[in-house]
Design a protein around this ligand. Structure first.
Ligand code: HEM
Length: 505
């Protein structure tokens, strides 16, 4: 080979061209799934080169899943930028995957928030393996010790409800967007568990924290961006909103989680009974460290755990309350019926308590119907740690799962007219409330919501007092706020205003 040919081969352009060809080849091989050709669930459409089915995720993902399910069945595959995702729908299939094969489908893929924060496998929401098991066990035991599911926790909730109702009274009859007030009240319950005290709703520091935590849900980049997130973040500007989102998470991390942990550490004494979640975790951590047992208990996990609880425990419950008020604006007869029930069984001279709930059966049905119809946490994600079979299909190790929770909550074969708000569907012929298996708003199996008992107490006490004290009226009766949900990480109602009219008027 002549010197001229050799030197041409090593020009910067030729090198750049070779790198590009290699990259394209790499991307091409990445987009051919490892187990394609074996008995994996079918695809709803042919995959495009490189992108696979990524563009099919555009728009309303649940509407897309409906036609995909019709074409490919209850369990189908998608190739998203070379990653094998499997979408699972239908109650029996969810049970098979999350319960029967639960130990092989309990890990969470590393999500974009963990990637942007550089948190590989910390905390509870997005951790996996042995670390997740330990963080989940300690969270459950601390929450139980602080009275979750018992009267002790109900008292904490009840005292915040009282302050919340007074706040609503100060806005009475004025059309108000109560989103912040509801979130601030609900988050105060988590804060009083985590750090041992509540915050004023108008406190600037607290408001910022709520905004950051809310941003995690409503400002999350679209699912499309999720798959290429870490790379897209390197682009100049903030076209996809990743940098703003990252900033909010970072602020939450530094100024709330780390700051509050440091405050607790300053007065923490391992000899004393822990007064809050952070102190209880520190105590467990020190015990493990002293016993020199191998342990995943450490401060990075604690920081992430605090963040998981704030994020998972605020917008979920407050969204459900906001949905319930919105449904009642559209169905005023429902709120009249709840009020009558409260008047009969509780009266109006004292606040409803958790022990009243067994008599407030229609209210319980209204809360369940709100959770069913709103389906606020519609899609759960998992990564498969060991291959297994469902319905004769191979669910291969390393594939990722989208568990379509709303496929059971809105299943036409189970619920008549599933998209209608009809609380009576949860009442039997004797007027007793029941819970069909398909009612799974908190998930199923090993990763079922860790705060379910707390969330149910919150929903019962907040809503019972709201129905007792106010009639919810629309700002403009001729134009009711939209019922169309905003879908980012979950389903939230669009912002709306409501008038809280005192029942004594
Ligand atoms: C109406 C309110 C709520 C709903 C509908 C809800 C729903 C859910 C769902 C569907 C999951 C995912 C389960 C899975 O992946 O299988 C989950 C997980 C979780 N929830 Fe809730 N949740 C609510 C309230 C709360 C509250 C108040 C807390 C605070 C303690 C909380 C903390 C968590 C945590 C930390 C996880 C992650 C658990 C894990 O990955 O092991 N949630 N929740």
């Amino acid at each position: 080979m002549s010197y001229a040919v050799l030197s041409a081969m090593f020009t910067p352009w030729a090198l750049a061209g070779s790198v590009l060809v290699l990259l394209v080849y790499y991307a091409w091989t990445k987009t051919r799934l490892e187990n394609e050709g074996s008995n994996i669930p079918p695809f709803p459409a042919p995959a495009k080169p490189f992108l696979g089915h990524t563009l099919l995720m555009k728009g309303d993902i649940f509407e897309n899943f409906v036609w995909m399910r019709q074409k490919a069945g209850d369990i189908f595959s998608l190739n998203l930028l070379g990653q094998h995702w499997i979408v699972v729908s239908g109650y029996e299939n969810l049970r098979e995957v999350l319960v029967r094969h639960g130990n092989k489908a309990q890990d969470r893929p590393l999500d974009l928030s963990s990637k942007v924060l550089g948190e590989d496998n910390h905390g509870l929401l997005s951790s996996h393996g042995q670390n997740w098991k330990e963080q989940r066990a300690v969270t459950n035991s601390i929450l139980r010790a602080f009275g979750m599911g018992k009267n002790m926790m109900a008292e904490k909730v009840a005292s915040e409800v009282q302050i919340f109702i007074e706040k609503l009274e100060s806005h009475a009859e004025k059309p108000t967007d109560v989103h912040h007030i509801v979130s601030a009240a609900v988050c105060n319950i988590i804060c009083s568990i985590l750090v041992g005290h509540r915050f004023e709703y108008d406190d600037a520091y607290y408001k910022q924290m709520i905004e950051n935590s809310n941003a995690f849900v409503v400002k999350a980049p679209s699912l499309l961006v999720f798959f290429g997130g870490p790379l897209l973040k390197l682009l100049p500007g903030d076209w996809f909103g990743i940098k703003y989102w990252e900033h909010c998470l970072h602020d939450l991390n530094e100024n709330f989680c780390k700051f509050q942990i440091n405050k607790v550490k300053q007065i923490y004494n391992p000899e004393n009974e822990p007064e809050n979640f952070i102190a209880a975790y520190l105590q467990e951590m020190h015990k493990k460290q002293e016993s020199s047992e191998p342990t995943h208990f450490d401060e990075p996990n604690l920081i992430s755990l605090v963040k998981s609880m704030i994020i998972a425990g605020t917008e979920t419950t407050s969204n459900t309350i906001n949905w319930c008020v919105l449904y009642c604006l559209h169905h005023p007869q429902v709120q009249e019926k709840v009020f009558e029930e409260i008047q009969t069984h509780v009266g109006t001279s004292r606040a409803p308590s958790i022990s009243d709930m067994s008599k407030l059966r229609y209210l319980t049905a209204v809360i369940r119907e709100t959770q069913r119809l709103a389906g606020i946490a519609p899609l759960l994600s998992r990564v498969v740690s060991e291959s297994f079979e469902v319905q004769g299909y191979l669910i291969p190790k390393g594939s990722q799962l989208f568990i379509n929770l709303n496929s059971t909550l809105h299943d036409e074969s189970k619920w008549e007219n599933p998209l209608q708000f009809r609380p009576e569907r949860f009442l039997d012929a004797n007027g007793d409330v029941f819970k069909p298996n398909e009612f799974l708003p908190f998930g199923l199996g090993r990763r079922i919501c860790v705060g379910e008992a707390l969330a149910r107490t919150e929903l019962d006490l907040f809503l019972a007092s709201m129905f007792q004290r106010f009639r919810f009226e629309p700002e403009d009766p001729a134009q009711l706020p939209s019922l169309k949900a905003v879908l980012v990480l979950g389903f939230s109602p669009q912002p709306y205003k409501v008038k809280f009219v005192g029942r004594n008027k």
